[in-house]
Ligand binder design. Structure first.
Ligand code: ADP
Length: 485
């Protein structure tokens, strides 16, 4: 393997190789990544095969005993330094992520990158506070010890590459695991900058490694590597199943967050202006958000009043270049993805579903905010995640009907409920099958709360101590009373 060159993206030097054992390595093969803003190639990125993956996992395995032995207090300063470096490099990270996946520059600068720093800062503290439990029973002292699990494989999706990677890497490192991260091939670059910053933070070689490459090649080799002790994945249900099978072959625990088809339920006792504005906000990030409430479920008496407000709010969206302040909806990630989103809309219309607004591709990779009123609850457009600016609208009669519709897909990641009644919020929130329910709000989330899905939305929980549990092995130590000093 030779040393890779970096390339300049949006005025920032970005390494294009793999980061293995503290060094940048190019390997033999590469792939091209394009910017969704103008579809121009912006980087030629190293493409790992089994050899590079084996080297990265080997480096993680070698670094593991010393990293684990540091303990939470010994690891915390590295995580804090990395958090500080992320904060000091918001502009660079935001510019690269904007060029690579077209997330709005404004929100990257204002909150998305900072949330990545917060993940490292939070987990430095949480791991130190993560307590072992002691109790006396049957003439013995019992103690639950938590030991770091070993090298962890982390596979992340293209829609929020930086934030979602830090969301997994931070708890893994804090718990004492070493990490091999494989970012998604459509947006690999911000994670390369993360590796650069980890090195600058003095992270010992091999503690944090990044292999770049294609899911079926590098990803598959990584999750099935025999030295990997944990697998954490965010992506599609289809890939999640493959990764689960690979982890199961090695009897390795895995978590998977696999997207959603969340309901946004509006009752007739809700603040309609707020509900309609939030519904229009589901087009943010061009709908490439797993937590989005993409199925609007509206109580039948307020359909007209809701739609009037919804249309007015959607009309205020500005489609365009994510670098411009006024833009609220940016281009989709990739031409193949635009085809996929357009395919969903075309099939829905051919199947007799009613187009309420939008439905068309625009310049470049932009796609109109689209609303479809299905004629059947089992229509594909209601049942499958589109991951684009496409919502559906269904009406319901009463609470029971709303709950029935909300639970009528195989997904169960998130739900949004608009109501003026606390009793109803509690009842409906409890009844909707999901990992998180927001009432009269959306997307505000405490990073220490549990996060994950039910049904085909995933398995396992991340966030707070739940992620530390995942990256640790629990052991019971039992000592005969009075036998030790
Ligand atoms: P999407 O359909 O949203 O692109 P995927 O589930 O295909 O989502 O991809 C999410 C991540 O999983 C990406 O990093 C991708 O490279 C990786 N991936 C895809 N296929 C596999 C696989 N067979 N094994 C491991 N990782 C994979």
């Amino acid at each position: 393997m030779s040393t890779s060159v970096a390339t300049r993206v949006a005025g920032v030097d970005v390494p294009t190789g793999h980061f293995i054992g503290g060094e940048w390595l190019a390997g033999d093969a590469s792939f091209e990544t394009i910017s969704p803003i103008d579809q121009e190639a912006i980087a030629e990125v190293a493409r790992a095969g089994e050899r590079e993956v084996d080297a990265a996992v080997g480096a993680a395995a070698e670094a593991f005993p010393d990293w684990a032995a540091l303990g939470p207090g010994g690891r915390a300063p590295y995580l804090r330094r990395l958090a500080d470096l992320i904060d000091a490099n918001v502009e660079r990270l935001a510019a690269v992520e904007c060029a690579d996946m077209a997330m709005l520059l404004r929100s990257l600068r204002a909150r998305v990158i900072a949330r990545g720093a917060l993940n490292f800062r939070n987990y430095a503290e949480l791991a130190v506070a993560y307590e072992e439990r002691d109790w006396r029973s049957r003439g013995t002292w019992n103690r639950v010890q938590r030991t770091p699990a070993g090298p962890a494989a982390v596979i992340t999706p293209w829609n929020a590459p930086f934030m979602l990677s830090t969301w997994k890497v931070a708890p893994a490192l804090a718990a004492g695991c070493t990490v091999v991260l494989k970012p998604a091939e459509w947006s690999p670059l911000s994670c390369a900058v993360l590796a650069q910053l980890a090195a600058e933070a003095g992270m010992p070689p091999g503690v944090f490694n990044v292999v770049q490459g294609i899911g079926e090649e590098a990803g598959a080799a990584l999750v099935s590597h025999p030295l990997i002790r944990r697998v954490s994945f965010t992506g599609s249900p289809e890939t999640g199943r493959l990764i689960g099978v690979a982890a199961a072959r090695n009897l390795v625990p895995f978590t998977a967050e696999l997207g959603g088809k969340g309901p946004l339920v509006v009752f007739d006792d809700a603040d309609l202006d707020a509900a309609a504005a939030k519904a229009a906000g589901q087009y943010d990030d061009a709908g490439q958000v797993c937590l989005a409430g993409t199925r609007l479920l509206i109580q039948d008496g307020i359909r007209g009043a809701f739609l009037e407000r919804f249309h007015a709010a959607v009309d205020r969206h500005v489609l365009g270049d994510p670098r411009e302040d006024a833009t609220t909806i940016s281009p989709l990630i990739h031409p193949d993805h635009v085809d996929r989103v357009a395919g969903f809309v075309e099939r829905a219309l051919a199947d007799g579903q009613r187009l309420v607004r939008g439905g068309h591709r625009l310049d470049g990779l932009l796609f109109e905010p689209t609303l479809i009123e299905p004629t059947r609850d089992d229509a594909e457009i209601v049942q499958r995640e589109v991951f684009g600016p496409v919502l559906t609208l269904q009406t319901f009669t009463d609470e029971a009907d709303a709950i029935r519709l909300a639970n009528s897909t195989a997904y169960g990641l998130s739900g949004i409920v608009y109501t003026g009644s606390l009793g109803r919020a509690d009842r409906v929130g409890r009844a909707i099958r999901a990992g998180v329910i927001w009432v009269n709000t959306f997307l505000v989330r405490d990073l220490t709360a549990p996060f994950g899905g039910v049904g085909i939305s995933g398995i396992g929980r991340e966030g707070g101590d739940y992620a530390l549990d995942f990256y640790s092995d629990l052991k019971t130590l039992q000592i005969l009373d009075g036998s030790v000093m």
